[in-house]
Ligand binder design. Sequence first.
Ligand code: PLP
Length: 321
Amino acid sequence: MIYQNATEIVNDDVFLTLPDFLPGSDVFLKIEGLNPASSIKFKAAVNLVEQAEKAGTLVPGTSRIVESSSGNLGIALSVVCAIKGYPLTIVSDLNTVESAVLAMEALGADVVIVEEPDANGGFLHQRIALVGDMLNADPHLVWLNQYRSRANVEAHRDTTARSIDRELGAIDYLFVGVGTSGTLMGCLEYRRENRLSHQVVAVDSEGSVTFGGRSERRYIPGLGASRLPEIYSDDGSFHKVVVPENESVAQCHHVARTYGLLVGGSTGTVLAGVRRMRDEIPPGSRIVVISPDLGDKYLSTLYSEQWLNQHPTLIKERSSV
Ligand SMILES: Cc1ncc(COP(=O)(O)O)c(C=O)c1O
């Protein structure tokens, strides 16, 4: 297949079965790490830019873009901006892995790292305050704002959720990790509009405020928030599971050694969510788990024994996986 540029490439039809992950049920891991920029966020990045262009808020040749990202949206936007010629600044934080920063810089983006956590241990307030300062100083700077933009939700409604329906037909459970909640909200919208009946289970990290918890220091990028994303709304139509980060890491290692697949940290979290629900899931269920990215970026952190020994709260006894 020949594409004119990378924004046209969407690898939305790759599912890996995980035999015996939940004995008696079929578990399909939806692999998003084979999209351009290596994560689920590419679809959101393309739509954020294209919708802003359609609305006239983003003007080719004049506008510059700023975004707050813990990594994957930053890399994805770096690809889109390289293709379309927009100067880009990404505001990240200390949780962003070095390889993500290097990727953004290699693609031509400026990366600003927030080093001081908020009073509540997260970085999001600080990152957004910095974006606000930059916007005040530059009239040509545009903030696409993945936490507020409908384009983030619609990208997943029209691609991620649709492709699951197209490829797998009827399913019983859909497990989705929650960061900005764009994926979750898009999948819920698709289910509602198409009158589907599967249960959606939203999975977040302990130490995130999205499901009403207290904000605490977290280490796995992508999931969780120290400030409620504007696009998130809880209408009671989905189930919520909160996972401690040591269970996420344990699942990453388990999947690597059992299925030969290096998954990203948030995939470990979502799979730990499935494990936590195992007594409530009837045998014979068809379960889809969205895997937002793969593990290459995390080899020197979540997969490194040395790094884990420096972060002992992330270590869990292997026997309890
Ligand atoms: C690795 C990873 N997992 C999960 C998510 C969460 O996706 P969403 O922002 O759609 O909730 C992200 C978002 O950046 C991510 O990068």
